[in-house]
Design a protein around this ligand. Structure first.
Ligand SMILES: Nc1nc2c(ncn2[C@@H]2O[C@H](COP(=O)(O)OP(=O)(O)OP(=O)(O)O)[C@@H](O)[C@H]2O)c(=O)[nH]1
Length: 605
């Protein structure tokens, strides 16, 4: 057992790609937790998709030992996911630390997630150890970047360290600053057990592995424990540290970080932020800050072939065992048949889940456009939470239609402020403030509807700022707006999966854009197909797809059979991803037509 005064619990927080994983690997190598070769293989974020996308999505923890001034210290590095979707997980990880290394790329400088992460660390009263990474780069600009850190975050310039996770330069200095500047954990090993669950992962052989930080007391192998929020009692069959692999121990006590194995079959039975204590009449108090996962983005997933419904359910069940923050429930659509409405923490989370589904289960899917959760106060005084536009009641029944609002921080070169302000104004954003980080970089703050942010704000920001702008957001709450449900009718029939919610003022433009896109995506048929966008009974846009006159292969002149064959192949492929609705074949891509905002059309004018 290490006495609390020789323990330090910290995390590294950084903007994506500023080198958090590389530094973590280097620290593990210096402390001997992993060998040089293993360090190369990047231990800390070990999931394939994370590696592919180059981002850390789940918190992990590692215990390292380092001798400083003749004293051996136990250093627990708790990794945090870098993306806003996982804000809650980040907050739980930070709640387990006394300090954080704030890492900033010495060339890129302060970015949106640097600010978001630094503020999150400050909210948890953590001691911040500021450091500039990648100082080995020829074009590093440490003086300006230090100044940006001081300006934005109010840090002391003399405290900013320099390091290179790549070459190892200055990395021991980071470990020493962690020991010197970050306070030791407080907590009484003799008190009643009180531990924070900050993460969990699923192991094929052991079931759920729970990650904990012991706040008070001691937990021993074989002991009974209770999860306060979940209300369940279990026996601890194994416990220990991550070093970085699991290394069993006999006990964990106040201040320490480690894992518990308790024969829990599914991650769904473990809640991040829960408190572990002892069963019986004198449990410890629940730790503050616990929240249920908040799913903010929803979409429908349907098998192209109705026969695959069962297979899809099995695949979703399997995914959920590993990721309980993702949720799904069966849903029927007139247009698409039987499928599932799936809820995600955010757009990135949605992409990750979809990618896993495609990789792990070979099912052809039709995905509907993502939407946010709406809150509707009905005329009868009921408040509904609606996760899908097709469930929005008719206009006459709605008293108040509310949507989630977020506060967005953009960090960008000052030259592009005007461009971004225009985009925000077009989306009815409320300007909050501008802060200058340096003469050439600024932070712009706006309140915007989440729906507008998730559709395309990230792409717009990147294209407007030539890739130099970054953004981050936090949910503020719900606000009543002048929203309407717009329906799409194909050959007079309402296609429920194509309904959207939008601002009344945008309805005409969006309706026209969607209909135009559908006209491009839906192939011609033997008969005329009418397309309409409607709000209630008012038609806001219409187009017709005229009937097909010729055989498609007719335009391949002569007897060039290979060209014909190619065309047939292509048609066959296209068919696979189509849904026949009434008599009309609608391809998968058409279900994403509702993402058209109408701006492209507007720009061309
Ligand atoms: N020159 C130089 N490059 C570095 C250094 N540290 C990291 N890099 C490079 O920067 C890129 C991003 O590094 P990562 O460690 O994957 O970044 P990260 O912050 O963990 O990224 P996320 O997992 O997305 O949060 C990689 O190509 C690294 O090789 C450094 O000290 N010097």
């Amino acid at each position: 057992m290490t006495a609390p005064q020789f323990i330090r619990n910290f995390s590294i927080v950084a903007h994506i790609d500023h080198g958090k994983s590389t530094l973590a690997d280097r620290l593990m190598e210096i402390t001997g937790a992993v060998s040089k070769r293993e360090a190369k293989e990047q231990m800390l974020d070990d999931m394939a998709i994370e590696r592919q996308r180059g981002i850390t999505i789940k918190a992990r923890a590692v215990t390292m030992h380092y001798t400083y001034k003749g004293q051996k210290y136990e250093l627990n590095l708790i990794d945090t996911p870098g993306h806003v979707d996982f804000h809650y997980e980040v907050s739980r990880s930070l709640a387990c630390c006394e300090g954080a290394v704030l890492l900033v790329d010495a060339f890129q400088g302060v970015e949106a997630q640097t600010v978001a992460n630094a503020f999150a660390a400050m909210e948890h009263d953590l001691v911040i150890v500021p450091a500039m990474n990648k100082i080995d780069l020829n074009h590093a600009r440490p003086d300006q970047v230090r100044e940006e850190m001081v300006q934005t975050l109010g840090l002391d310039p003399d405290e900013v360290l320099g390091c290179s996770g790549k070459t190892g330069l200055g990395c021991e200095g980071i470990l020493q600053a962690v020991i010197e500047r970050i306070p030791a954990p407080s907590g009484d090993p003799k008190a009643t057990l009180q531990a924070m669950v900050f993460d969990a992962h699923y192991d094929e052989f052991r079931g759920a592995i729970t990650y904990v930080r012991i706040m008070n007391g001691t937990v021993k192998k074989g002991q009974k424990i209770k999860f306060i929020q979940q209300g369940t009692t279990h026996e601890v069959v194994e416990l220990g540290h991550f070093a970085p692999q699991r290394k069993a121990a006999n006990q964990l006590s106040a201040g320490q970080v480690g894992y518990l194995v308790c024969n829990i079959k599914s991650l769904g039975n473990i809640q991040i932020g829960d408190t572990v204590t002892v069963p019986g009449d004198h449990p410890a108090e629940a730790l503050p800050g616990y929240e249920e996962p908040k799913r903010m983005v929803f979409c429908g997933l349907y098998p192209s072939d109705g026969q695959d419904f069962k297979q899809l359910r099995e695949a979703l069940d399997k995914l959920q065992i590993n990721d309980p923050s993702f949720d799904f429930e069966p849903e029927t659509s007139d247009a698409l048949g039987f499928g599932f409405r799936c809820g995600f923490l955010g757009l990135l989370h949605m992409e990750i889940v979809q990618q896993r589904l495609e990789e792990e289960a070979d099912i052809d899917l039709v995905q509907t456009a993502p939407n946010v959760t709406y809150e509707i106060l009905t005329k009868s005084g009921e408040t509904l939470e609606v996760h899908t536009p097709q469930r929005v009641p008719d206009h006459g029944e709605i008293e108040e239609f509310r949507q989630p609002i977020v506060r967005v921080n953009f960090i960008l070169p000052t030259d592009y402020i005007g461009g971004i302000m225009k985009i925000c104004a077009d989306r009815r954003g409320t300007y909050v403030r501008t802060e200058y980080l340096s003469p050439t970089r600024a932070m712009l703050v706006y309140d915007l509807a989440l729906a507008d942010v998730i559709y395309d704000m990230h792409d717009r920001l990147k294209s407007t700022t030539r890739g130099y702008g970054t953004m981050d957001y936090e949910i503020l709450g719900y606000r009543a707006d002048d929203l309407v449900r717009m329906d799409i009718l194909v050959k007079g029939e309402r296609i429920d999966a194509l309904s959207i919610v939008c601002n009344r003022g945008d309805a005409d433009v969006r309706g026209r854009a969607i209909i135009k896109k559908l006209k491009e995506e839906i192939p011609r048929h033997m008969f005329e197909v009418s397309l309409q966008a409607a709000i209630g009974t008012r038609i806001v846009a219409r187009e017709n797809i005229s009937a097909m006159r010729k055989n498609v292969t007719a335009k391949c002149y002569g007897g060039d059979i290979s060209r014909k064959r190619k065309l047939w192949e292509k048609q066959k492929e296209g068919k696979k991803r189509m849904k026949s609705i009434g008599m009309v074949d609608i391809p998968q891509k058409a279900f994403l037509a509702v993402l058209e905002t109408g701006e492209e059309a507007g720009q061309k004018k």
